[in-house]
Design a protein around this ligand. Sequence first.
Ligand code: AMP
Ligand code: MG
Length: 360
Amino acid sequence: MTILVRRTKGKLPANKIRAAGEAIGKGRIVVFPTETVYGIGGDALDKDAVRSIFRIKGRPPDNPVIVHVAHASDVRLLVSEIPATARILMETFWPGPLTLVMKKSEAVPNAVTGGLGTVSVRMPANSVALSLIKAAGTPVAAPSANLSGRPSITTFGEAVAELDGRVDFIIDGGKCRIGVESTVLDMTRKLPLLLRPGGLPVEEIERVIGGIDIHPAASGRGKFRGRAPSPGMKYRHYSPVHSSVILFEKGQASGPSIAEARDRLLSSGFTVAMLVTDEARLRKGVVVRLGSSKEPERIAKGLFSALRRLDRSRVDFILAEGIDEKGIGLAVMNRLRRASGGNGPEELENLIALKTGTQR
Ligand code: AMP
Ligand code: MG
């Protein structure tokens, strides 16, 4: 049975957060809010708890999970060495949406790291998450709470719909403030390497420590085969189950426009929704606007919920408008590219043939 910890008058009872935290200390699994997305957490030092998380999510065992701490000093327990640059980043950006990959200590079970010699750590900027981790009395391993491959969860309602009956507690933290996952930075190299763009923009990191390397797969383009530096890169992720996402990149040179693709699909009898900025000039059909292209933070915040909502409505195609890769826009584009499985307008006819084939 899952205990749902609800808010009363907008507030969560402190004793209930404490009870959920103490349950983590006893090997239980808790879904909780962070400022990025909801996480599914368990005791990071208990390999059985960590294995349960993988099982519940259906997560491939080689895809490591992030360990969450409530005090920067807890990092010492988890890593064998804290590079000087990592210390600066922790002091500047924690608590916050920045995950640092460092060499792991003996204390961290292999189940957490997918067998890698490194562990990823962050301190979330969310008071519920921090109280929970403190009450657990142990670092909390917590990947995003979605079932593996699906869009991340950013509201309590989505968490209940997906995980009620599968975990011990689900805590209501309302809507996540940022809406995309943390930025993941590999600190084991001379020049830190961006593995996943996220809530903390690269520009802000570079303002503090100077230039960093950006892994080619961090854009979300292309498919990864073989050994990826960050195993999450090679798996399908953020994808709706029923709807096919087609991404229209900014400055796209060939293929139909969003309006043309919509007309083509509607005339073939498909249902279509358009996921666009406030500025897009589209009137006909189902238009979901995520915000102005000048406010990528707003777009990031609503992105996953919109994908989930449209998927629930079982719309055949989602035509998504790309945005600039500045600031958090890079994280938005990474998620959209991966949600679309790399499908752009030039794939339209192939996708139509594919869907027609599977429907008949
Ligand atoms: P999620 O838990 O869903 O936010 O995904 C965590 C992401 O961090 C995945 O893409 C992982 O591959 C990546 N990650 C976690 N730990 C490590 C690590 N030790 N080395 C490289 N990437 C990691
Ligand atoms: Mg995830």
